[in-house]
Design a protein around this ligand. Structure first.
Ligand code: AMP
Length: 282
């Protein structure tokens, strides 16, 4: 069921809240794919009621980014989300979330929001933390579900929940991929046929580095070079970043001890894709 207003969502959820039912929340920007659906299924398995938000959040897009053209299809989304176990699809207008006169932002400061995607998208995480905080206040869920696909987003949100003593548990779910390894993303629809073929290099380069890491290589510089060289084999790929940081602190490291995040952002024309892998000593 699609719900457009906070008032209506409150009315729908009230009986469940009164009965002490648990609510799982899956925030999305819509144009759902298997990645989103895996979060919804997990939420349904762990909660009585599942709320999915379907909201393209303007505050996390810079003026030169794809807010206007971001793909949207609420009819299809409702069908997919419901079949995966969603009870309510919260699909508010921009003015429902940011009524005229709203002027409060939530911002996680420090390197965690400045490195990786924060470097080329300096206002992005401020928009993400603001909308997620607003949505958490609206939905009042017990648990919220996020994908490891957006590894930095997970790190930033964990920090926000800790710092603001928010009473919600974050559940992090694995990256869902196409058969050839490309991480699923609503933005994959922007890719030309040739770019789509070449985009498999993101996952391939990370797996290559993981293999070398598993054979004992600890140097972040060496692993970064292996990833970058592999990506550069593809003529349409233009690297935004290839980085390795401690995870989830996102502190700079030169050697990997226990666990690190290897993350890449690569542009194919105007389409910017991200992917990552956790490198872990077992
Ligand atoms: P988005 O609609 O892109 O904002 O994504 C909504 C949620 O789905 C975020 O928590 C993402 O990390 C998650 N997500 C997106 N793509 C994937 C994927 N391929 N695998 C797992 N989770 C994903």
């Amino acid at each position: 069921m699609i719900i457009k207003t906070i008032k209506e969502l409150d009315a729908q959820l009230a009986p469940y809240r009164n009965e002490g039912k648990t609510i799982g929340f899956v925030p999305t920007m819509g144009f759902l794919h298997e990645g989103h659906l895996s979060l919804i299924r997990r939420a349904k398995a762990e909660n009585d009621i599942v709320v999915v938000s379907d909201f393209v959040n303007p505050t996390q897009f810079a003026p030169n980014e794809d807010f206007e053209s971001y793909p949207r299809d609420i009819v299809r989304d409702e069908e997919l989300a419901t079949s995966a176990g969603a009870d309510f699809i919260f699909h508010p207008s921009v003015s429902e979330i940011y009524p005229e006169g709203s002027s409060t932002f939530v911002e996680v400061e420090g390197d965690i929001t400045k490195v990786l995607c924060g470097e080329s998208r300096p206002s992005h995480f401020k928009g993400v933390t603001t909308v997620v905080a607003i949505l958490f206040n609206i939905v009042k869920a017990n648990k919220a579900y996020f994908g490891q696909k957006d590894a930095q987003q997970v790190a930033v949100l964990l920090q926000m929940v800790r710092d603001l003593h928010m009473n919600i548990e974050l559940v992090v779910c694995p990256i869902i991929r196409e058969e050839d390894g490309l991480a699923m993303s609503s933005r994959n629809t922007y890719l030309s046929d040739e770019a789509r073929k070449q985009s498999v290099v993101l996952n391939q380069s990370l797996l290559l580095a993981e293999g070398v890491f598993n054979n004992g290589e600890n140097s972040t510089n060496k692993l970064i070079k292996i990833i970058a060289d592999k990506i550069n084999e593809m003529p349409l790929a233009e690297i935004d970043y290839v980085s390795i940081y401690d995870y989830p602190s996102l502190k700079v490291i030169t050697k990997i001890n226990q666990q690190a995040l290897a993350a890449v952002a690569v542009k194919f024309g105007n389409t910017r894709l991200i992917d990552n892998i956790i490198l872990k000593r077992i």
